[in-house]
Design a protein. Structure first.
Length: 215
């Protein structure tokens, strides 16, 4: 089966199973999404959503984040883990937003990638969810499933992104990522995936190889 045909079948079946899959981070504007996405690194979206309501009540603009004492910001985001590095990057990104972008989160990919702590994953989340632009967000679930299914042989997220972009029209990119993330959380987990309950196991190179067969 050709990769494009496999990708289309994967997309159709997973959308049927997870029709309501969407971004689970709670936000009201691009700045909030940018910060929430940075906080989500090595942290669950559920935990981030517990932290951000109080955070965004106190800090509402890029200037607020830029001017707050770093130690105070660290305390506000402490429970998301790696809080020192996250606080440093968030504040540095907001200082750049203030100094070069008028305090407004840019939509341009290259501009977003200039912000400290922002890689293509975070930039694609912001572009897709805040601005409605197509993008492939390669998190651990998307990368893992794409490789298991056989849509890519790459481990590097940027290379996985490029491979997936070739397989589906861009109008399907955002939804593809949402359903893959749901599938990764629910079925195609890192350890002990539920292959017998999987709606795409017949498409999966790793499953068909017998890799997950237990004796």
């Amino acid at each position: 089966m050709q990769k494009k045909q496999k990708a289309e079948l994967l997309y159709t079946r997973l959308v049927e199973k997870h029709p309501d899959a969407t971004c689970s981070l709670v936000f009201q504007n691009p700045l909030q999404l940018l910060v929430a996405t940075q906080l989500s690194a090595q942290c669950t979206d559920k935990q981030v959503n517990k932290v951000t309501p109080g955070l965004f009540e106190i800090l509402q603009t890029a200037s607020d984040f830029a001017q707050i004492e770093l130690e105070t910001l660290e305390q506000l985001i402490h429970s998301t883990g790696f809080y020192k590095n996250k606080a440093k990057n968030i504040q540095a990104a907001c200082k750049l937003l203030v100094s070069e972008f008028g305090g407004v989160v840019p939509v341009d990919m290259e501009a977003l990638l200039r912000l400290p702590g922002v890689g293509r994953k975070t930039a694609n989340v912001v572009r897709a969810e805040a601005f409605g632009l197509p993008g492939i967000v390669v998190d651990t679930h998307v990368g893992r499933i794409a490789k298991r299914i056989g849509l890519t042989k790459q481990d590097d997220p940027n290379k996985v992104e490029r491979d997936l972009m070739k397989l589906l029209e861009d109008s399907k990119w955002n939804k593809l990522c949402h359903v893959l993330i749901e599938h990764g959380r629910e079925t195609c987990t890192s350890r002990n995936p539920k292959c017998t309950d999987c709606v795409v196991s017949d498409l999966c190179d790793l499953y068909r190889s017998g890799y997950f067969i237990r004796t």
